[in-house]
Design a binder for this molecule. Sequence first.
Ligand code: SF4
Length: 403
Amino acid sequence: MVAPAALPPLSLYIHIPWCLKKCPYCDFNSHEKRGELPEAEYVDALVADIEASLPRVWGRPIHTIFIGGGTPSLFAAGSIDRLLAAVRTRLPVDPDAEITMEANPGTFEAARFAGYRDAGVNRLSIGVQSFDDAKLAALGRVHGADEARRALEMALRAFPTVNVDLMYALPEQTPDEAIADVREAIASGAPHVSAYHLTLEPDTHFFRFPPRLPQEDAAADMQESIEALLAEAGFGHYETSAFARPGHRARHNVNYWSFGDYLGIGAGAHGKLSFRDRITREVRERKPASYLRAALEGNALAESGDVDERELPFEFMLNALRLVEGFPVALFTRRTGLPLAAVEPQLAQAEDRGLIARDIDRIRPTERGRRFLNDLLERFLPGEGEARAPRVINIVSKGTGRP
Ligand code: SF4
């Protein structure tokens, strides 16, 4: 039985599951808005969910909160205010907690930014994706480039930290077009940029009807140029897709990547909680209507269970090896309760292949390891080394704040 040496920092993730329209590439738990949203009822359900979860996180301070979705900015500032007030009265939220919210860059949402800030949100993550109208149309986005520019300007006035979400390797995109998007994000003055490679996920419209995407080589060139441009502009590259000016890293995401704990509330939200003798994972009811009913009845959990000790090395590495600087050697044992010797053969093999570098203090992925991350990670799958069969690893939680 595992026994983490000490409980890790705890974050809170809150999922708002509706969007104006489902984007053709999206595999998140998001549902097209039909008619009025049950906004007040959903906040009541979230509060009931927190109350039912209290015994599992009793007394533990909350370091960061992330309100993601879906499109949380479909909710009025008053609802976010009521939600955050309810969180604060039930959980010990750190006075300097990072409180992030995701927003769509539409005009309608931008008008609400000041209200979200007054509610206590101190970091806004805007889903710009591209500053090119043709690319936004190809992605099925409901906003245009000018709306995104205006929303970004308003966000930068209202919040101390703003993240611009961009995607590259878009349908028929050229490297110059991808570079133009990044240049504009840098010029906007936003201190954090996330740049995600568009991927075709199962169960999406794009998976069924694939658009013409750039070749792998062109996409790799885009990635290299994006990393170089952001480095030149003073952004530190700290995770596969995340770049920040000093002092603006996403603490919430860094907690995931450091195999920290998170309570996830809301439809379909996932959570990971450590105890003195075990680590558990839990998942809420996925459909908004089922979640509402279940949470208001006092049990929103659809699944929960202990993580098998054999899965822990892979779970830890899946997160920690996304960090460009890797992780302190001692963190592995602190988070998993396992000795580092449990993964020594895999580490030695990865080092031999040039996928990781290590010294007495840290283990980090090399550039080659970051490029072939799946190859690196699959070494830590339970049973690997006994019988190696090719496995496909879906690197989920693409750094969006959603567990
Ligand atoms: S990509 Fe974002 S806006 Fe589009 S459907 Fe998914 S969650 Fe909603």
